[in-house]
Design a protein around this ligand. Structure first.
Ligand SMILES: CC(=O)SCCNC(=O)CCNC(=O)[C@H](O)C(C)(C)COP(=O)(O)OP(=O)(O)OC[C@H]1O[C@@H](n2cnc3c(N)ncnc32)[C@H](O)[C@@H]1OP(=O)(O)O
Length: 211
């Protein structure tokens, strides 16, 4: 694919590094820069941190032609910064690691990142600003709404519906056709067998609500 444009990654922490690695492997951008308040003028993975996260000013090189991605793990914060980008009419990227396997009719929103070895099966819809972390799988006919995070190794069977800004902990499993209320957290290594209609924190096998 022809290389074009500049990519700005908002956030140079652990998640930002994985986003940057996936972005480099896509070979789509001529230049990649981080924006991160705490690391200005440093380099992370050899990538310069050239400004703070709030600096979306025209002084950024190639500002109008550039693409932007928010690399913040916290769902609310990620969505907040994504909204800022939209309000400024900036172009928001989608990052898909080349080893991800995604069925042809899957739709993926802007600002979403999909990491190595992720599998997404037929007729699933992935919203904006989501994180599909390393080696998670989302089976057929799922609906993953905006700002959700599937941690490494999370498993969604067919027809699962995650409402906005849910966080699925690493290695958790959701059986087919269950629904999870917005802003819910499913703890690491947990099992969801039924709909979770009330927002909260759920852990265990099967899950129980703890908060
Ligand atoms: C690339 C990346 O790193 S992506 C990030 C991936 N990270 C994850 O998947 C982490 C997911 N987070 C968790 O599982 C956390 O434990 C949470 C968010 C569910 C709960 O965290 P907290 O709100 O701080 O709860 P806290 O640690 O106080 O635990 C409350 C109770 O739930 C239990 N508990 C917490 N998490 C779990 C879990 N995953 N499974 C079973 N029980 C759990 C605790 O043992 C404790 O029980 P107790 O009251 O009997 O002592």
């Amino acid at each position: 694919m022809e290389q074009q444009r500049t990519l700005y990654i908002l956030g140079a922490g652990g998640h930002g590094k994985v986003v940057a690695d996936a972005a480099k492997r896509m070979q789509r951008w001529q230049a990649i820069y981080f924006l991160d308040d705490k690391l200005i003028n440093q380099t992370v993975l050899g990538i310069p941190v050239i400004a703070g996260i709030h600096d979306l000013s025209l002084s950024l090189p190639d500002h109008q032609q550039a693409e932007f991605i928010v690399a913040i793990g916290d769902n609310a914060s990620r969505c907040h910064h994504l909204t800022r980008l939209k309000q400024q009419n900036l172009t928001i990227a989608t990052i898909i690691h080349p080893t991800a396997t995604i069925a042809a009719d899957v739709t993926v929103g802007v600002g979403t990142v999909i990491f190595a070895q992720v599998v997404i099966n037929a007729s699933t819809k992935i919203g904006n600003g989501c994180i599909l972390n390393t080696a998670c799988s989302v089976d057929h006919d799922c609906t993953i709404e905006d700002g959700t995070h599937l941690s490494p190794g999370a498993r969604l069977a067919g027809g699962v519906h995650l409402h906005p800004q849910t966080w699925i902990g690493t290695n958790s499993t959701l059986i087919n056709n269950v629904e999870v209320a917005a802003h819910s957290i499913i703890g690491a290594h947990s099992l969801v067998l039924d709909d979770l209609k009330t927002s909260g924190t759920y852990v265990g096998n099967p899950v129980r609500k703890i908060k």
